[in-house]
Design a protein around this ligand. Structure first.
Ligand SMILES: Nc1ncnc2c1ncn2[C@@H]1O[C@H](COP(=O)(O)OP(=O)(O)OP(=O)(O)O)[C@@H](O)[C@H]1O
Ligand SMILES: [Mg+2]
Length: 235
């Protein structure tokens, strides 16, 4: 589904990514960890078509890019990847339904279709009873679920999540993770999720963990490092 091949990126003399190789399969949820400043957000931004890399390539759903500027990968941003951020980026005065629908309308969907698709997405994340609530009337976890509905509503095959639970309490964070897993493991329409997190406990719930260290990704077995149970299935 998503393959990153020898990706490099420098800012001036700072070599942040030094040949990143990784992939995320369809239906897989991968946690990306690494020290602050190791380049996790930079990697997500290049995959998401917000930033050009210097070398290497990205293949997403038969589309290859990685060194093209943001204006050349509009289709990637519009159709291929959905974003989830730490702060939910919702519009304060709009209902949950309109927050999701407006994103679809902006990408060119007719209004009535957008509202219908928004309702389906919100129902999928468990907010079918709260369509007309504005963000202030929702808990942090519920607000993040509105953001997740917005990200999945356009049928995008990959979700990029940069510290999606950073602003949530532990219980809400776990719920978001559970929802991510359900979305990835959906039998009818599985998606792929690449999630940055600083929380090893949450990361250990992903299908697989990667560590970004010294400009490269390596498989990580944080379970053993943190003394957690080895219960995930190995490839
Ligand atoms: N636009 C930019 N211009 C110059 N340097 C940048 C730019 N963006 C990121 N950097 C630098 O690249 C390095 C990696 O940054 P990045 O934000 O990707 O790290 P991160 O792993 O996401 O860190 P954190 O865990 O703190 O979010 C940092 O040293 C940062 O200062
Ligand atoms: Mg970051």
């Amino acid at each position: 589904m998503l393959e990153v091949d020898g990706l490099t990126k420098s800012f001036g003399s700072l070599d942040v990514l030094k040949g990143v190789n990784m992939q995320v399969e369809k239906g897989e949820m991968v946690a990306l960890m690494g020290p602050s400043g190791s380049g996790k957000s930079t990697l997500l931004n290049i995959i998401g078509g917000l930033l050009a890399g210097d070398g290497g390539s990205i293949t997403l759903d038969e589309r290859t890019y990685g060194q093209k500027g943001p204006s050349s990968v509009v289709d990637v941003r519009r159709n291929k990847v959905g974003w989830i951020f730490q702060d939910f980026h919702l519009l304060d005065n709009l209902s949950a339904l309109d927050n999701v629908a407006i994103a679809l309308e902006l990408s060119g969907m007719p209004s009535d279709e957008a509202v219908a698709a928004a309702e389906v997405a919100l129902t999928k994340v468990g907010l079918g009873e709260r369509l007309n609530f504005i963000p202030d009337q929702l808990s942090g976890g519920q607000q993040q679920r509105v953001a997740i509905a917005r990200a999945i509503a356009g049928n995008r095959p990959v979700l990029l999540a940069d510290e999606p639970t950073g602003n949530l309490d532990i219980a809400s964070g776990k719920e978001v993770l559970k929802l991510f897993k359900d979305l990835c493991h959906d039998v009818e329409n599985p998606i792929s999720i690449l999630m940055v997190t600083h929380d090893p406990d949450l990361a250990s719930n992903a299908d697989r963990m990667l560590l970004l260290n010294d400009g490269k990704t390596e498989a990580s077995d944080i379970r053993s490092a943190w003394g957690l149970d080895e219960e995930g299935e190995e490839e």
